[in-house]
Design a protein around this ligand. Structure first.
Ligand code: ACO
Ligand code: ZN
Length: 174
C-alpha cells in the first residue's frame, strides 16, 4: 500500500489566512515534535518509549498535522484494547483514544476534527467495535469536540487524574 494516499493537504483558516496543513501518518522522526506539542498543551506527559510503543503497535491511527515548514502542530494517537463487553462475555475491540492536542495558535480551524475523523477511519482496519476515551470533566472544549462526533458520556471515572479530577468515560459505537 502506498503512503501517498495517506497524506492529504487541507487548507485551514489560520490567522485569517488560508494555510496548508498536512495531515498524515506519524513516523519515527515525528515523535520529538509530537512530544513537544503534548508537553506544551497537556498536563499528562509520557516517556518516549510510550509514544514509540503506540507507534510500533498502532501506526495506522497515529496521525500528525504539520504546518508549511514541516513543524508538527497537532497529533492524535490511539491504542486498541481487547476486553469483554459489559453485558456479555464476548470479547470486543475498543479503540481507546490515548491523546489528542493542537498547538494553541492553530486551534479552532478544524485540525482536531480532521485528525479525529481520519484516524477513526484508519482504526477500522483494527476491527474496532467501539471508540472510547476519557476526558477531564472541566475540559469543555474537548467534550464539545467529542460530542460533535456523537460520543456519549457513558459514566464518570472518579479521581481518574493524578490531581484528583474526575473523567467522563465517553464511547461511540464503531
Ligand atoms: N469552544 C467550544 N468548542 C470548541 C472549541 C472552543 N474553543 N474549540 C473546539 N471546539 C469544539 C467544537 O465543537 C468544534 O466544532 P465547531 O468548530 O464546528 O464548533 C470542534 O471542537 C472541532 O474544533 P477543531 O477546530 O477541530 O479543534 P482544535 O483543532 O481547536 O482542537 C483540541 C481541539 C484538540 C481539544 C484543542 O483545544 C487542544 O489541543 N486542547 C488541549 C489538549 C486537550 O485538551 N486535548 C484533549 C484531552 S482528552 C484526550 O486526549 C483523550
Ligand atoms: Zn484513556
Amino acid at each position: 500500500m502506498g503512503t501517498e494516499k495517506d497524506t492529504r493537504t487541507n487548507y485551514f483558516n489560520i490567522f485569517n489566512d488560508k494555510k496548508p496543513i498536512v495531515v498524515r501518518r506519524c513516523s519515527l522522526e515525528d515523535l520529538e515534535g509530537v512530544i513537544e506539542v503534548n508537553e506544551k498543551e497537556l498536563p499528562e506527559d509520557y516517556p518516549y518509549f510510550f509514544y514509540k510503543s503506540i507507534l510500533d503497535n498502532y501506526p495506522e491511527s497515529f496521525q500528525v498535522a504539520c504546518n508549511n515548514n514541516g513543524k508538527i502542530i497537532g497529533y492524535i494517537m490511539w491504542r486498541v484494547e481487547r476486553a469483554p463487553s459489559i453485558n456479555s462475555l464476548k470479547l470486543m475491540n475498543k479503540g481507546h483514544l490515548v491523546s489528542i492536542a493542537v498547538l494553541t495558535s492553530y486551534r479552532r480551524s478544524g485540525i482536531a476534527a480532521t485528525l479525529l475523523s481520519n484516524s477513526m477511519k484508519k482504526l477500522k482496519k483494527y476491527k474496532i467495535d467501539k471508540f472510547v476515551l476519557e476526558v477531564r470533566v472541566s475540559n469543555y472544549v474537548a467534550i464539545n469536540l467529542y460530542k460533535k462526533f456523537n460520543f456519549i458520556a457513558h459514566n464518570i471515572k472518579e479521581k481518574y487524574y493524578r490531581d484528583g479530577e474526575n473523567a467522563y468515560y465517553m464511547t461511540l459505537k464503531a
